[in-house]
Write a protein of this length. Structure first.
Lengths: 135, 77
């Protein structure tokens, strides 16, 4: 299973209702492709750390997405966001691998038990990250 | 620990993330990241903060993500 986080920043001049409809649009695209929205956060208006397009504030929306199939429609969603000039910034992050890696480091009691690190990973994609465990 | 010669302290630096058992550094955790971006908003080097290599790497990633979303600044002037 893959999990993603999708955060985007909307122009503060856009009304809250419109932000909601935009968000729903994106959510529909994602669910239509067979993924789930596990949760959603609306941070509302927030000051930007630096001005973007001469704006000092933005409305932040955050979606947590999980996908069994790997079909997420995220490329399409990103494409739409890129073309929508009300969206100042967006970022999609795949989180399952990082969190799994972090979880693995915990029960091992911190300092590396190298053997466990390489075994409990049945077929999970490219094995690039294993070196970090200092096996 | 104090070396006896002069008044010369060198505290052993410990990686904050190892100590606090934070394994996934979240780019949304602005408060946490802020501790590693001093005045000029540059990423605090490992040699100063004592962060271990693994955590410095994920910290760096998190800071850059947060910068992109304008959660923390690139520079301050």
């Amino acid at each position: 299973m893959r999990t993603y986080e999708l955060m985007f920043v909307v122009d503060p001049r856009v009304a809250d209702e419109e932000v909601v409809t935009m968000t729903n649009d994106y959510k529909n695209m994602i669910t239509a492709a067979g993924s789930q929205i596990t949760s959603e956060e609306n941070w509302g208006r927030r000051k930007l750390a630096y001005p973007i397009d001469k704006l000092n504030e933005g409305k932040y929306v955050l979606l947590y997405i999980s996908s069994e199939t790997g079909k997420t429609a995220l490329p399409e969603v990103e494409h739409r966001m890129r073309q929508n000039d009300k969206i100042l910034r967006y970022l999609t992050v795949r989180t399952d691998e990082a969190i799994k890696r972090a979880a693995r480091r915990q029960p091992a009691g911190g300092p590396r038990t190298g053997s466990a690190a390489s075994e409990d990973r049945p077929d999970a994609g490219p094995d690039i990250d294993v070196e970090e465990e200092e096996a | 620990m104090a070396r006896a010669r002069k008044v010369f302290f060198r505290r052993r630096k410990v990686c904050k993330f190892c100590a606090d058992k934070i394994d996934y550094i979240d780019y949304k955790d602005v408060k946490l990241l802020q501790q590693f971006i001093p005045e000029r908003s540059k990423i605090l080097p490992r040699r100063i903060s004592g962060t271990c290599a693994t955590h410095q790497r994920s910290l760096q990633q998190a800071i850059k993500r947060a910068r992109h979303l304008a959660l923390i600044p690139f520079t301050t002037d």
